[in-house]
Ligand binder design. Structure first.
Ligand code: PDD
Length: 278
């Protein structure tokens, strides 16, 4: 896990150096991806690379050539079989700090192998808690930007107050979690906010929607009001680190009397099976 890729070289983490003039450091000017690796295979790599390309396009950067090859080489160099690839691309460094970037700037490309906590099935069955918070982040949350201060403050609000996640509300509508997408169940139907600039198009969100459709579960992408959310029968959060994290309490309000619901566990099992067969 010590070896990383930085701008064409495979080197150890301790050797790696980045200029203090890098725009990622100075402005948070860049994008990232987090890709699970199962049995040495990058999970849904094409989808992550497609989202990376979209993020780059949205910030006016070009595609990074042969990044898939660099990812695969690093995976093969890693002694572990199951981990996460963290991919971080900044616009690059320039001689003077300037909001305006030059047209001929060379991007900084960093790829690392990382470990993140994945919850056991026992823990999933117990359920987690969340807090509703105002979504004060910027209006381009569909870009997987490395400028994560809003998300960082919201996730830390959760952790400092004993919650797993914050569920974000903007204009009385659910957008997403501070580091996850959100689904809810009402009367047997599953709902998730429709895509737009207010939320990240999660790769796991996409996968769960596909799995639910294949298994004849009703899944509807639509606006979800704060009242709809807290009066729902089930809620779960999804992300590449944990595909389905059931939420059984939102602030003081129990969801499904504080018990993880059947549909949440069904979808958790569908995702687990898909990953096991990958
Ligand atoms: N974050 N929304 C936000 C704001 C996120 O940060 C994430 C994931 C998601 C879920 O996206 P995906 O299913 O593609 O992982 C939604 C990752 C895990 C992170 O920042 O570490």
């Amino acid at each position: 896990m010590d070896e990383i890729y930085l701008n064409g070289d495979f080197i150890s983490k301790s050797e790696a150096q980045i200029s203090i003039m890098d725009r990622g450091f100075l402005f948070g000017d860049g994008v990232y991806e987090l890709i699970p690796v199962y049995n040495k295979k990058p999970f849904l790599l094409d989808k992550h690379l497609k989202r990376l390309k979209d993020s780059l396009t949205l910030i006016g950067m070009d595609e990074i050539k042969e990044i898939d090859k660099s990812i695969k080489t690093l995976i093969n160099k890693c002694s572990h079989s199951n981990f996460f690839i963290y991919l971080h691309i900044t616009r690059g460094s320039q001689a003077q700090r300037n909001h305006i970037y030059p047209s001929n700037i060379t991007p900084t490309v960093l790829i690392m192998c990382e470990d993140y906590p994945c919850f056991s099935e026992e823990k999933i069955k117990q359920g987690f808690t969340a807090s509703l918070q105002d979504d004060f982040r910027w209006m381009k949350s569909n870009i997987k930007s490395i400028s994560l201060l809003g998300n960082v403050l919201l996730k830390n609000y959760a952790s400092q107050n004993g919650f797993y996640e914050t569920l974000l509300i903007r204009n009385n509508k659910l957008t997403e979690g501070s580091a996850s997408n959100v689904f809810m169940v009402k009367d047997g139907k599953v709902y998730t906010p429709k895509l737009g600039s207010e939320l990240l198009p999660g790769v796991t969100r996409d996968l769960l929607i596909m799995l639910m459709k294949e298994n004849n579960l009703d899944i509807i992408e639509s606006d979800i009001s704060q009242t709809n959310l807290v009066e729902s029968d089930e809620i779960w959060c999804s992300s590449s680190t944990n595909a389905v994290v059931p939420i059984i309490k939102v602030d003081d309000k129990l969801i499904n009397e504080g018990v993880v619901g059947k549909i949440s566990m069904d979808v958790f099992n569908l995702a687990t099976k898909f990953i096991d067969n990958f």
